[in-house]
Design a protein around this ligand. Sequence first.
Ligand code: DAH
Length: 342
Amino acid sequence: MSMIERISGLLQEVEAFSASSKEQLEEYRIKWLSKKGEISVLFDDFKTVPGELKKEVGQKLNHLKTKAQDKINELKERFESRNEDTKGTLDLSLPGMPTLQNGTRHPLTLVKNEIIDIFARIGFTISDGNEIEDDWHNFSALNTPENHPARDMQDTFYVSLNPEMVLRTQTSSVQVHIMQSKKPPIRTISPGRVYRNEAISARAHCQFHQVEGLYIDEKVSFADLKQTLLYFAKEMFGTDTKIRLRPSYFPFTEPSAEMDISCTICKGSGCNVCKYTGWVEILGCGMVDPQVLINCGIDEKKYKGFAFGMGIERITMLKYQVKDLRLYFENDIRFLKQFTSA
Ligand code: DAH
């Protein structure tokens, strides 16, 4: 092969070359341009070229050397700038980018869990009930037979296919199931959703949440009820919280009471939450009516009990000052994001 052919063969190789890595580039630099590289060898062989061809071959050889040099430099630069670009942004030791934002617990869930924790500390277990309930568990067993005026206190959704079935209007229905299926001593709370046929407004909703409490044993007194509720109020709203019990009426308790706490907002000095009385009502309670014990198959001569029921929305309103009930059910992310769970 003549010098000219060798030079143009190598030139084609140089022009077509593209390195896929820095290492490959270095390999070709050595192959072409090092002291023993192909181009250097050509320069050595140049001595043997006859005088009349020296000019042409010399020019082609120089051209090849420049081309090879340029190619190597150009590719080298490309690799280096690529490294520069990625140096600042690519850190393989960084943890992965989260694609989903962490959510927060719903304020009603936060408060429900707090209530559960408080009662669990004094030995109350948790019981669950059904949201679709029969009339007997929701009303009759709780001393509220059909046509009893107390049914008017709670506007009821009936399940249309079966008029015997209702959406429970109160978690008191869970009491009945527990007393029917367990032997005293019973000490339990039942959180859950309840339904009432009410027009939706800032102060009323057709669905809300309650926590029911039930304690049945041989010597349970009204003093035990008061002490339990005082403990709850102090744990929930702070140790300086006071309680007061006002006589009231519920069909399933006798005597019955409603409990107020000293206003958490104004500390008793008067504000629009407590309507300037210094007190806010948070729950209903009383001693379980002996007839309810009989209805549920518990020996009313041997056992006594107390019960209480509170609305979770109301407790949440006092804790977080959310006054419009509708906000709890709209799931507006801007509202929910304000509550961070511990
Ligand atoms: N169930 C009642 C209501 O929804 C609340 C209640 C009052 C529950 C007194 C009780 C109780 O267990 O003893 O208004």
